[in-house]
Ligand binder design. Structure first.
Ligand code: MLT
Ligand code: MN
Ligand code: ZN
Length: 310
């Protein structure tokens, strides 16, 4: 199975269009140790020909143009696409809005939880994906599903499972209490298995807490892509960027006793890669102490174009 990080940044990307924080200013100015990143998405393929998107980023057009395998193929017809399916892990803007890029009458299968498919159904702009060509399929939580495009099987099995998280920002309902009306299925993680070889990895780009069921699930895995939004729960507040903590945004932080670095310490995961990295995160500076701390704990900081084969 071939796995490519198309976009390693969180919502807003790196640099973020309106942000003049030190990270964004440095990457904009080409400072050494900083690399620009597009918004959150992976692509997976069993054979290098047919591809599955894991989330559809607002930067998908650029990501396709930067990844020749994903664009129209000279061996195909006048119009063709190797992207046969997309699997969505939540309803966030950075994970669903790229679907709109895929509107040119190509066959596609879109998979998501019931909650996320409801978001698509309630936002009529997604009807630009012509229903004669694009099917929407529910991923039942806890049930392995063999992915297929609109025609052929793709050789990839996906199991979606709920993880601690939060409903999408634009769907928050303050009248519904501290969790803003979040329900199961608003944020899912994915176990992606090569149907033939049985090799698998996990993709959890948004996660508020590594609770016991999630820790049990990830234990001993060969490869996990995990929520790397913030390094410190207060970093957006400390930098004067926002009044929100990571917890308030539904994201576990990397550092500290409750952070993901500590939580993964005993899980025996062979390869750990941070994705969905917010532009405020000091690990984006290759020369920072935060970067050294994460790498010393065995983490890779995901970057656009990173490829892993299992
Ligand atoms: C998040 O990951 O918290 C969201 O993508 C935030 C947003 O919608 O900007
Ligand atoms: Mn996000
Ligand atoms: Zn910034």
């Amino acid at each position: 199975m071939i796995i490519k990080i198309l976009g390693s940044a969180a919502g807003g990307g790196f640099p973020q269009w309106n942000c003049n924080c030190s990270n964004c200013a440095d990457v904009r100015n080409g400072a050494p140790g900083f690399t620009a990143r597009t918004q959150s998405s992976l692509a997976v393929s069993r054979d290098g020909k047919d591809w599955v998107l894991l989330n559809a980023s607002p930067d998908l057009r650029k990501q396709i143009n930067d990844t020749p395998e994903l664009g129209a193929q000279s061996s195909g017809g006048l119009r063709n696409s190797p992207i046969k399916a997309a699997v969505l892990t939540n309803g966030d803007v950075d994970h669903i809005s790229g679907l709109i890029n895929l509107r040119e009458m190509e066959p596609l299968a879109v998979y998501g939880s019931d909650r996320v498919l409801t978001v698509l159904a309630q936002n009529s702009i997604f009807n630009v994906l012509n229903s004669e060509k694009v099917v929407r399929r529910e991923l039942k939580l806890g049930e392995p599903t063999k992915l297929s495009g609109t025609e052929a099987m793709l050789g990839i099995t996906v199991e979606a499972f709920p993880v601690p998280g939060k409903v999408a920002l634009y769907l928050e309902d303050a009248s519904k209490g501290a969790d803003f009306g979040t329900v199961e299925g608003d944020t899912i993680g994915l176990k992606i298995t090569d149907t033939e070889t049985g090799k698998y990895f996990f993709y959890v780009p948004g996660c508020a807490d590594l609770d016991a069921p999630l820790a049990r699930r990830l234990e001993g895995a060969a490869l996990v892509f995990f929520d790397g939004t913030l390094f410190d729960d207060n970093e957006m507040i400390d930098a004067g960027l926002s009044a929100k903590t990571g917890k308030r945004m539904g994201h576990i932080s990397m550092s500290g006793p409750e952070g993901s670095i500590a939580a993964f310490e005993k899980l025996g995961v062979a390869r750990k890669v941070y994705v969905h990295i917010n532009n405020s995160n000091p690990v984006l500076n290759e020369n920072s102490d935060a970067r050294k701390e994460a790498e010393a704990a065995g983490w890779s900081i995901g970057y656009d174009g990173m490829e892993i084969r299992i």
